[in-house]
Design a protein around this ligand. Structure first.
Ligand SMILES: [Zn+2]
Length: 133
């Protein structure tokens, strides 16, 4: 990442995951994973973004933040903030499609084919508790 001259408070990187700064039940903004960074935009993948395998879309880097707090310590009301750094080893690690955290493959209760469709052990337990299965 050497072609960007503008100073950035933090770096948006491929395979980082982000969650919305504000959580509303009705809010359509779901977590996503960054699949590419091109210029001032990031291509992101949202497993619930339409189509069967989720959808890709572009978001401006200025909407991605290191934390959900502003420089003044106020809660951010727009955009997304960093949830999980890229995996140290994308081959050995897998993305949980529920909590959007990269974890070692051994930590998954369901390992599905296809990116972001696996479920880690804590999320699986949570889902089973909630839906009684
Ligand atoms: Zn999980």
């Amino acid at each position: 990442m050497s072609d960007e001259s503008a100073p950035a408070p933090f770096e948006v990187k491929r395979w980082q995951t982000y969650v919305p700064c504000l959580h509303y039940n009705w809010q359509p903004n779901k977590p996503f994973v960054v699949t590419a960074v091109v210029g001032a935009r990031a291509e992101v993948w949202d497993p619930t973004g339409g189509q069967r395998m989720g959808g890709h879309r572009w978001v401006a880097l200025r909407n991605l933040h290191a934390t959900n707090k502003t420089g003044q310590g106020k809660e951010r009301r727009t955009g997304w903030y960093l949830h999980c750094e890229p995996p140290a080893d994308p081959v050995r690690q897998e993305l949980c499609g529920s909590c959007f955290t990269w974890k070692d493959r051994e930590q998954f209760g369901v390992l599905a084919h296809g990116f972001g469709h696996s479920t880690c052990v804590p999320c699986k337990a949570e889902i089973e508790k909630r839906y009684g299965r």
